[in-house]
Structure formats: structure tokens, C-alpha cells
Design a protein around this ligand. Sequence first.
Ligand SMILES: Cc1ncc(COP(=O)(O)O)c(C=O)c1O
Length: 361
Amino acid sequence: MSLKPNPGILDITPYVGGRAGAQGVDEPIKLSSNESALGPSPAAVAAFRDAAGGLEFYPEGGATELRDTIAQTYGLDASRIVCGNGSDELLTMLASAYVKPGDEIVFSAHGFILYRIIALSHGAVSVAVPENDLHTDVDAMLASITAKTRIVYLANPNNPTGSYLPHDEVRRLHAGLRSDILLVLDAAYAEYVKRNDYEAGIELVANFPNVVMTRTFSKVHGLAGLRVGWAYCPAAVADVLNRVRGPFNVSAPGQRAAAAALKDRAHVEASIAHNDRWLSFLIQNIRALGLRVDDSVGNFALVHFQDERHAAEADRFLTARGLILRGVAAYGLPHCLRVTVGNEDANRKVVAALGEFVRRA
Ligand SMILES: Cc1ncc(COP(=O)(O)O)c(C=O)c1O
């Protein structure tokens, strides 16, 4: 007899993060992980440094100050907020708490890849629902629900497509789910969305016992390296997560920096304004080169090429010029590359290099 992991685990293709380096390029520009172009607030960095003075102490396990700051910022009940080591941890914990082997986890076909990994690591069945031209198809999602469905994950906005589901559609999705199915609204990019018909999910969580919204400090707050996320939950779900989470799952520097980041509204606004301007720049200018670029409400855009080979060639061409984008074959989009909004220099370089590529090809 030999040691064996649980069924499903060896079927997982380990998550591969965005590449950071390019051979022969001294200072590559990383646009492969949807990180913040402006980086964190100086106040967050100062709070992080300050926390270095007490590293021998365990963090405050309940992340009380951070939860209070989140609650004040968004007008929420702090007792229903649970913080995590990135929102990844919270998304995974929800499955650990509510999914057993053989259950089904539903998500859209080009949805965030972590949902598939979560399903496999819990011995659950992944139900990847076909999309409608890279948009979540609510009717198809509802049609895929069975007696075994336990969780529906919806990245809204979705990574890597950049599309979003309007609030009415999210409500319709929720209304079609049995009350023993958890709807998880993964709103990692919510801050960037400027659409009247979008809501991250606070209202649904406030009114229903089977909806959770997750958020992150990794994107607009520029703290991806610290790993801090949070979930807004029905009271019973918060209680469950507080039982299963590690007692000190968010580091002390993470808690301090995240609270400071949230309070620096000017920096958040600057980050969003930068994104508005340069996301439009990227989309318009890359379209002008004759490439399809989908509308996006995140801090990234999906660029389509003729086919997988053409996308791989473009990737090599850009990489050789120090521009690191993200191949999204693992998302079922081998003919696409995803580009994160960078600083002005990076964005201009991407457009210029893609222009060179298109003219050469
Ligand atoms: C849709 C979506 N959800 C969640 C995450 C994970 O974020 P975190 O850094 O909080 O774990 C990402 C990161 O890329 C994402 O794109």
C-alpha cells in the first residue's frame, strides 16, 4: 500500500502565475497578473513598515481593525466580514466547508481557473458551463444545476474575459438556485467597474442566506504580495468560515497595510482613474491595429489573434521586447493573450510592439 492523495488531486494542473521574467531582457514589464499599475498607497507601505516592529507577535486573529475599516468604508456589518489570506483562501474555504466528494461545482467555461482547482481538490465534479460570446449565460448556468450542485462560483467581472453580468442577471441566476446552493460572487475587480447596472453583491448578501461576496486587496489596492482578501457573508456562513479558517490566517503586516490602503481614498480614486484612461487607450489602439479586443470592465483586456500559433508568435515577439503578457490557453482561449493595464510607458510600448507585430506578420 502506498500513500495516496485524495481522488481528484492528481488531476489538478498546478496554477501557473503570470511570468515575471524574459530571457535576455534586463527589466521586463510584467503585465501578466492583473496587478496594480500604480502600486500600493504610500500609507499602506508605511503601515507595513511599521508592523515590522512587532513581528514576534501573532497577528490579531479576528482581523478586527481591518474588518471594522471595511465595514465603515462600505456600510457593512463587521461581524459578517471574514478576512483571508487573499480571496483565493476564502474561495477555497467555502468549498471545504460546504462541498463533499461527488458534489458538483458550477462555473462558466472561461471563468477564473481557481474554481476548477477547488473542485478537483475537494473531489467534486467541475461543471464548466458554455458561455455566450465570452459572457456568462445565466440560462445555461441554471440548466446545469442538478441535485448534486453545491456551489456556483461567478467571477464578476470575470478574469480573463473582462466581461460582467449586470445585477438583474445576477439576481435572476440567484432566484433560480435552490436555497441549499451557495452562490459565490467573486468581485475581485469590482472597484474598477463603472457601469450603472453592476453591483458587486452586497445587496444580495444582505438579503439572502446563500450568497457570499469575495473581495481582494490584490488589485486596486496594489497589495497582491501581502495576500489579503475578505468575504461578506450571511451570519451563518461567517460563523462557519470562522470555525474552519486558520486562527491567524492574515498576517499582521497584511492587516495593517490593508486597513491603511482602504482609508487612502485618494489613492484608490487615482488608481481607478488611471485604469479608466489606460484601459480605453489599450482597447482602442489595439483594435485600431485590426485585432479583436473585448470590452472589459477590469484592469486588463483580452486580445484575440487568428489562432493559437499566431497568439504564441505574438507572445514571443512581445516577450523579446520585454513585455510579458498572459497566455490564457488554460482558460480555453489559446488564441488570446491577456494584457494588464500598466503605467503609461508600458501601455504605449504594448501598443507600439503589437503594431510592429501586426505589420510584420
Ligand atoms: C477573478 C479573480 N478572483 C480572485 C482572484 C484572487 O485574488 P487574491 O489575490 O485575493 O487571492 C483573482 C486573481 O487574479 C481573480 O482574477
